[in-house]
Design a protein around this ligand. Structure first.
Ligand SMILES: [Fe+2]
Length: 173
């Protein structure tokens, strides 16, 4: 690979890898949305359940944005099983199995799983946006950037709910 090559993002194999990565996150978003519906039902704290419900709603827009990305790539939306997200959602299910209902331990396990999944998404959208810029796909980069912003906000919200003091304040209401 030559340094300073301005056409670095223009190769067919790079574009094809990019399409594959978009298929991966498309599947991952849908799978996480399903998992998060279950997490919403399993949460002890209503505030946390509401946060999960909000994230499920938000993910609908993120899925639509990915469909827009497929359109901009001249492709039909198609998912490809993402083993990482399958594992992260399985961890959330494990957290539910390993904790009694209605406890802080249950919610702590759920928050942990949700944040791991969220960080996977942040890493994916951040790198995909960068790749889109390398490909000269400004519109795709913009669309991915919008979701990246939302994913970071979701992470902040979950971080706030992890704080035991915030949790206690909410639980006491
Ligand atoms: Fe997402």
């Amino acid at each position: 690979m030559k340094k300073g090559n301005r056409n670095i993002g223009q190769s067919a194999e790079f574009r094809s890898l990019f399409v594959d990565l978009v298929k991966d996150i498309y599947w991952a978003e849908k799978h996480l949305a399903k998992g998060m519906r279950k997490m919403e039902k399993a949460a002890a704290n209503p505030e946390l359940a509401a946060a999960f419900a909000g994230l499920v709603e938000e993910s609908k827009g993120q899925i639509e944005r990915l469909e827009e990305v497929f359109g901009l790539l001249g492709r039909r939306p198609q998912g490809k099983r993402c083993e990482a997200m399958a594992g992260l959602v399985a961890e959330a299910e494990e957290a539910v199995e390993n904790t009694p209902a209605g406890t802080f331990a249950r919610d702590a396990g759920l928050i942990m799983a949700a944040q791991k999944a969220g960080h996977y998404e942040i890493a994916t959208y951040g790198t995909l946006r960068y790749f889109a810029e390398m490909m000269g796909e400004k519109e795709i980069a913009k669309v991915l950037g919008a979701t990246l912003k939302e994913e970071r906000r979701a992470d902040d919200l979950l971080s706030y709910l992890t704080d035991v003091r915030a949790y206690e304040a909410v639980a006491a209401e």
